[in-house]
Design a protein around this ligand. Sequence first.
Ligand SMILES: Cc1cc2nc3c(=O)[nH]c(=O)nc-3n(C[C@H](O)[C@H](O)[C@H](O)COP(=O)(O)O)c2cc1C
Length: 280
Amino acid sequence: MKILFCVFSGTGNTKHIAERFLQGLRDLGHEGDYCAMEKGKEPPRTEGYDLLIVGYPVHAFNAPKLVTRFLKSFPKGNIPFYLLRSEGEPSKLNDASGISPRRILMKKGYVPAGEFTYVMPYNILFRHSDGMAVRMEMAAEKRIERDVKLVSEGGGEVRRVNFLRRAAAFTLRIEHVAMPLLGKTFHANKQKCVGCGACAKVCPAKNITMVEGKPKFGWHCTGCMGCAFLCPKDAVRISLLNPWRVNGRYSFEGAPAEDGEVCNYLHTMYVNYFHESEEL
Ligand SMILES: Cc1cc2nc3c(=O)[nH]c(=O)nc-3n(C[C@H](O)[C@H](O)[C@H](O)COP(=O)(O)O)c2cc1C
Protein backbone atom coordinates (compact mmCIF):
# COMPACT_ATOMS: atom_id res chain seq x y z
CA MET A 1 0.00 0.00 0.00
CA LYS A 2 1.14 3.55 -0.67
CA ILE A 3 0.10 5.87 2.14
CA LEU A 4 0.08 9.66 2.41
CA PHE A 5 0.41 11.22 5.86
CA CYS A 6 -0.78 14.80 6.07
CA VAL A 7 -0.01 16.17 9.54
CA PHE A 8 -0.37 19.35 11.55
CA SER A 9 1.67 19.61 14.74
CA GLY A 10 2.27 22.74 16.81
CA THR A 11 4.71 21.49 19.43
CA GLY A 12 5.82 18.14 18.05
CA ASN A 13 3.56 15.56 19.73
CA THR A 14 1.43 14.75 16.70
CA LYS A 15 4.47 14.76 14.44
CA HIS A 16 6.20 12.30 16.74
CA ILE A 17 3.19 9.95 16.76
CA ALA A 18 2.67 10.20 12.99
CA GLU A 19 6.34 9.51 12.24
CA ARG A 20 6.29 6.51 14.54
CA PHE A 21 3.08 5.29 12.85
CA LEU A 22 4.62 5.74 9.39
CA GLN A 23 7.68 3.79 10.48
CA GLY A 24 5.42 0.98 11.73
CA LEU A 25 3.69 0.79 8.36
CA ARG A 26 7.03 0.79 6.55
CA ASP A 27 8.16 -2.07 8.78
CA LEU A 28 5.12 -4.00 7.55
CA GLY A 29 6.22 -3.42 3.96
CA HIS A 30 4.09 -0.40 3.03
CA GLU A 31 5.33 2.79 1.40
CA GLY A 32 4.55 6.19 2.84
CA ASP A 33 5.13 9.91 2.41
CA TYR A 34 4.86 12.64 5.04
CA CYS A 35 3.48 16.10 4.35
CA ALA A 36 3.28 18.83 7.02
CA MET A 37 0.23 21.10 6.95
CA GLU A 38 1.28 24.73 7.00
CA LYS A 39 -0.34 27.95 5.97
CA GLY A 40 0.35 28.87 2.37
CA LYS A 41 1.53 25.39 1.46
CA GLU A 42 0.11 23.74 -1.66
CA PRO A 43 -2.22 20.84 -0.77
CA PRO A 44 -0.64 17.47 -1.54
CA ARG A 45 -1.65 15.44 -4.57
CA THR A 46 -3.47 12.35 -3.35
CA GLU A 47 -3.60 10.50 -6.67
CA GLY A 48 -1.30 7.52 -6.73
CA TYR A 49 -1.92 6.84 -3.04
CA ASP A 50 -4.06 4.00 -1.67
CA LEU A 51 -4.69 5.58 1.70
CA LEU A 52 -4.67 8.99 3.40
CA ILE A 53 -3.89 9.54 7.10
CA VAL A 54 -4.63 13.00 8.50
CA GLY A 55 -2.93 13.87 11.81
CA TYR A 56 -3.65 16.81 14.14
CA PRO A 57 -3.77 17.79 17.84
CA VAL A 58 -7.12 18.41 19.53
CA HIS A 59 -7.72 22.11 20.25
CA ALA A 60 -10.72 22.90 22.48
CA PHE A 61 -12.38 19.59 21.49
CA ASN A 62 -12.03 20.48 17.82
CA ALA A 63 -9.52 20.24 15.01
CA PRO A 64 -7.40 23.41 14.72
CA LYS A 65 -8.69 25.96 12.22
CA LEU A 66 -5.55 25.64 10.10
CA VAL A 67 -6.35 21.93 9.67
CA THR A 68 -9.94 22.39 8.50
CA ARG A 69 -8.80 25.20 6.16
CA PHE A 70 -6.04 23.06 4.73
CA LEU A 71 -8.34 20.07 4.21
CA LYS A 72 -10.78 22.30 2.34
CA SER A 73 -8.04 22.97 -0.20
CA PHE A 74 -7.51 19.24 -0.86
CA PRO A 75 -8.17 17.87 -4.34
CA LYS A 76 -11.13 15.52 -4.81
CA GLY A 77 -10.33 11.84 -4.25
CA ASN A 78 -11.92 8.51 -3.47
CA ILE A 79 -9.37 6.68 -1.32
CA PRO A 80 -10.04 5.68 2.32
CA PHE A 81 -8.76 7.96 5.07
CA TYR A 82 -8.01 7.66 8.79
CA LEU A 83 -7.83 10.45 11.36
CA LEU A 84 -4.94 10.32 13.82
CA ARG A 85 -5.14 12.66 16.81
CA SER A 86 -2.96 13.57 19.74
CA GLU A 87 -4.66 15.01 22.81
CA GLY A 88 -3.66 16.13 26.28
CA GLU A 89 -6.26 14.09 28.15
CA PRO A 90 -8.15 10.86 27.49
CA SER A 91 -11.57 12.48 27.19
CA LYS A 92 -14.42 11.26 24.99
CA LEU A 93 -15.22 14.90 24.31
CA ASN A 94 -12.15 14.95 22.09
CA ASP A 95 -13.88 12.54 19.69
CA ALA A 96 -15.96 15.47 18.47
CA SER A 97 -12.79 16.88 16.90
CA GLY A 98 -13.16 14.32 14.11
CA ILE A 99 -16.50 15.65 12.90
CA SER A 100 -15.35 18.60 10.77
CA PRO A 101 -12.27 16.98 9.16
CA ARG A 102 -14.35 13.92 8.32
CA ARG A 103 -17.18 15.95 6.83
CA ILE A 104 -14.78 18.02 4.70
CA LEU A 105 -12.97 14.97 3.32
CA MET A 106 -16.18 13.00 2.72
CA LYS A 107 -17.59 15.92 0.70
CA LYS A 108 -14.54 15.58 -1.53
CA GLY A 109 -15.19 11.87 -2.03
CA TYR A 110 -12.73 10.34 0.47
CA VAL A 111 -14.03 7.36 2.43
CA PRO A 112 -13.80 7.32 6.27
CA ALA A 113 -12.05 4.19 7.50
CA GLY A 114 -11.44 4.95 11.18
CA GLU A 115 -9.69 7.10 13.75
CA PHE A 116 -6.93 6.72 16.30
CA THR A 117 -6.17 8.80 19.37
CA TYR A 118 -3.07 9.08 21.54
CA VAL A 119 -2.73 10.96 24.79
CA MET A 120 0.41 13.08 24.82
CA PRO A 121 1.59 15.68 27.34
CA TYR A 122 -0.18 19.01 27.48
CA ASN A 123 1.40 21.97 25.69
CA ILE A 124 -0.95 24.37 27.47
CA LEU A 125 -2.96 24.29 30.72
CA PHE A 126 -0.23 22.72 32.87
CA ARG A 127 3.03 20.87 32.48
CA HIS A 128 2.77 17.11 32.91
CA SER A 129 5.57 15.54 34.94
CA ASP A 130 8.40 13.88 33.00
CA GLY A 131 7.23 10.53 34.37
CA MET A 132 3.75 11.13 32.94
CA ALA A 133 5.27 12.04 29.57
CA VAL A 134 7.25 8.77 29.56
CA ARG A 135 4.19 6.70 30.47
CA MET A 136 2.13 8.43 27.75
CA GLU A 137 4.85 7.68 25.22
CA MET A 138 4.89 4.03 26.29
CA ALA A 139 1.09 3.80 26.02
CA ALA A 140 1.22 5.41 22.56
CA GLU A 141 3.83 2.87 21.44
CA LYS A 142 1.50 -0.01 22.39
CA ARG A 143 -1.44 1.60 20.64
CA ILE A 144 0.53 2.38 17.51
CA GLU A 145 1.63 -1.24 17.30
CA ARG A 146 -2.02 -2.31 17.39
CA ASP A 147 -3.28 0.44 15.07
CA VAL A 148 -0.61 -0.04 12.41
CA LYS A 149 -1.74 -3.67 12.09
CA LEU A 150 -5.36 -2.58 11.85
CA VAL A 151 -4.57 -0.14 9.04
CA SER A 152 -2.53 -2.76 7.26
CA GLU A 153 -5.52 -5.14 7.37
CA GLY A 154 -8.02 -2.44 6.32
CA GLY A 155 -9.72 -2.37 9.75
CA GLY A 156 -10.73 0.49 12.02
CA GLU A 157 -13.86 2.30 13.09
CA VAL A 158 -15.30 5.77 13.27
CA ARG A 159 -16.35 6.77 16.79
CA ARG A 160 -19.91 7.86 17.45
CA VAL A 161 -20.26 11.23 19.16
CA ASN A 162 -23.44 11.85 21.13
CA PHE A 163 -25.46 15.03 20.90
CA LEU A 164 -24.18 16.60 24.13
CA ARG A 165 -20.53 16.15 23.15
CA ARG A 166 -21.23 17.52 19.69
CA ALA A 167 -22.95 20.54 21.24
CA ALA A 168 -20.07 21.16 23.67
CA ALA A 169 -17.49 20.95 20.89
CA PHE A 170 -19.56 23.15 18.60
CA THR A 171 -19.76 25.85 21.29
CA LEU A 172 -16.00 25.75 21.79
CA ARG A 173 -15.43 26.22 18.08
CA ILE A 174 -15.50 29.88 19.10
CA GLU A 175 -11.76 29.17 19.47
CA HIS A 176 -11.49 29.44 15.67
CA VAL A 177 -12.60 33.08 15.90
CA ALA A 178 -10.96 33.91 19.23
CA MET A 179 -7.45 32.57 18.56
CA PRO A 180 -6.59 34.93 15.67
CA LEU A 181 -7.71 37.88 17.83
CA LEU A 182 -5.92 36.63 20.92
CA GLY A 183 -2.81 35.70 18.92
CA LYS A 184 -2.51 39.29 17.77
CA THR A 185 -1.93 40.28 21.40
CA PHE A 186 0.88 37.74 21.99
CA HIS A 187 4.23 39.43 22.53
CA ALA A 188 7.80 38.75 23.55
CA ASN A 189 9.06 39.83 26.94
CA LYS A 190 11.63 42.56 26.21
CA GLN A 191 14.09 41.46 28.89
CA LYS A 192 14.00 37.79 27.94
CA CYS A 193 13.74 37.84 24.13
CA VAL A 194 17.12 37.57 22.41
CA GLY A 195 15.65 37.92 18.90
CA CYS A 196 16.70 34.44 17.80
CA GLY A 197 13.59 34.06 15.60
CA ALA A 198 12.84 30.50 16.78
CA CYS A 199 9.16 31.45 17.26
CA ALA A 200 8.84 32.72 13.69
CA LYS A 201 10.56 29.61 12.35
CA VAL A 202 8.26 27.14 14.12
CA CYS A 203 4.96 28.96 13.50
CA PRO A 204 2.92 26.76 11.09
CA ALA A 205 0.48 29.62 10.51
CA LYS A 206 3.32 31.92 9.34
CA ASN A 207 1.91 34.44 11.78
CA ILE A 208 5.18 35.78 13.21
CA THR A 209 7.58 38.11 11.47
CA MET A 210 10.82 39.43 12.92
CA VAL A 211 10.84 43.23 12.95
CA GLU A 212 14.01 44.95 14.18
CA GLY A 213 15.05 41.73 15.85
CA LYS A 214 11.78 41.17 17.75
CA PRO A 215 8.77 38.99 16.86
CA LYS A 216 5.65 40.71 15.58
CA PHE A 217 2.43 38.68 15.78
CA GLY A 218 -0.18 38.90 13.02
CA TRP A 219 -3.87 38.05 12.68
CA HIS A 220 -3.61 34.35 11.69
CA CYS A 221 -2.75 32.54 14.93
CA THR A 222 -4.21 29.02 15.06
CA GLY A 223 -3.38 28.61 18.76
CA CYS A 224 -0.87 25.77 18.47
CA MET A 225 1.42 27.27 21.17
CA GLY A 226 4.55 26.41 19.20
CA CYS A 227 5.96 29.92 19.76
CA ALA A 228 5.54 29.89 23.55
CA PHE A 229 6.36 26.22 24.04
CA LEU A 230 9.51 26.13 21.93
CA CYS A 231 10.99 29.55 22.82
CA PRO A 232 14.49 28.79 24.22
CA LYS A 233 14.25 31.76 26.58
CA ASP A 234 10.62 31.32 27.65
CA ALA A 235 10.07 34.86 26.40
CA VAL A 236 6.73 34.57 24.56
CA ARG A 237 3.71 35.82 26.50
CA ILE A 238 0.36 34.49 25.33
CA SER A 239 -1.98 37.20 26.48
CA LEU A 240 -5.04 35.95 28.44
CA LEU A 241 -3.78 32.37 28.19
CA ASN A 242 -0.48 33.22 29.89
CA PRO A 243 -1.37 31.60 33.26
CA TRP A 244 -1.63 28.28 31.36
CA ARG A 245 1.58 28.72 29.34
CA VAL A 246 3.84 25.66 29.13
CA ASN A 247 7.44 26.10 27.99
CA GLY A 248 10.07 23.56 27.00
CA ARG A 249 10.08 20.18 25.27
CA TYR A 250 9.32 17.05 27.27
CA SER A 251 12.27 14.66 27.44
CA PHE A 252 10.42 11.30 27.28
CA GLU A 253 13.35 9.78 29.12
CA GLY A 254 13.56 8.26 32.57
CA ALA A 255 11.13 6.23 34.64
CA PRO A 256 7.42 6.21 33.82
CA ALA A 257 5.05 7.56 36.47
CA GLU A 258 3.57 4.87 38.72
CA ASP A 259 -0.21 4.89 39.17
CA GLY A 260 0.22 6.80 42.43
CA GLU A 261 2.25 9.50 40.63
CA VAL A 262 -0.37 10.13 37.94
CA CYS A 263 -1.59 13.74 38.04
CA ASN A 264 -4.61 14.58 40.22
CA TYR A 265 -6.34 16.22 37.27
CA LEU A 266 -8.57 13.51 35.72
CA HIS A 267 -6.49 10.98 37.65
CA THR A 268 -8.80 7.98 37.09
CA MET A 269 -9.20 8.69 33.38
CA TYR A 270 -5.42 8.75 32.83
CA VAL A 271 -4.89 5.60 34.93
CA ASN A 272 -7.61 3.75 33.00
CA TYR A 273 -6.11 4.88 29.70
CA PHE A 274 -2.66 3.64 30.75
CA HIS A 275 -3.99 0.28 31.95
CA GLU A 276 -6.05 -0.22 28.82
CA SER A 277 -3.01 0.57 26.62
CA GLU A 278 -0.67 -1.63 28.65
CA GLU A 279 -2.97 -4.61 28.32
CA LEU A 280 -2.82 -4.50 24.51
C1 LIG B 1 -5.24 25.82 22.24
C2 LIG B 1 -5.16 24.38 22.69
C3 LIG B 1 -6.30 23.71 23.04
C4 LIG B 1 -6.22 22.37 23.46
N1 LIG B 1 -7.38 21.72 23.73
C5 LIG B 1 -7.34 20.42 24.08
C6 LIG B 1 -8.55 19.70 24.31
O1 LIG B 1 -9.65 20.21 24.14
N2 LIG B 1 -8.45 18.41 24.70
C7 LIG B 1 -7.24 17.79 24.88
O2 LIG B 1 -7.22 16.61 25.26
N3 LIG B 1 -6.07 18.43 24.63
C8 LIG B 1 -6.10 19.73 24.24
N4 LIG B 1 -4.92 20.39 23.97
C9 LIG B 1 -3.63 19.69 24.15
C10 LIG B 1 -3.06 19.19 22.85
O3 LIG B 1 -4.03 18.56 22.05
C11 LIG B 1 -1.93 18.17 23.09
O4 LIG B 1 -0.95 18.67 23.96
C12 LIG B 1 -1.30 17.72 21.78
O5 LIG B 1 -0.55 16.55 22.01
C13 LIG B 1 -0.40 18.76 21.15
O6 LIG B 1 0.05 18.28 19.91
P1 LIG B 1 1.17 18.99 19.03
O7 LIG B 1 2.45 18.96 19.84
O8 LIG B 1 1.28 18.14 17.81
O9 LIG B 1 0.70 20.38 18.74
C14 LIG B 1 -4.97 21.72 23.54
C15 LIG B 1 -3.81 22.42 23.18
C16 LIG B 1 -3.90 23.73 22.76
C17 LIG B 1 -2.65 24.45 22.38
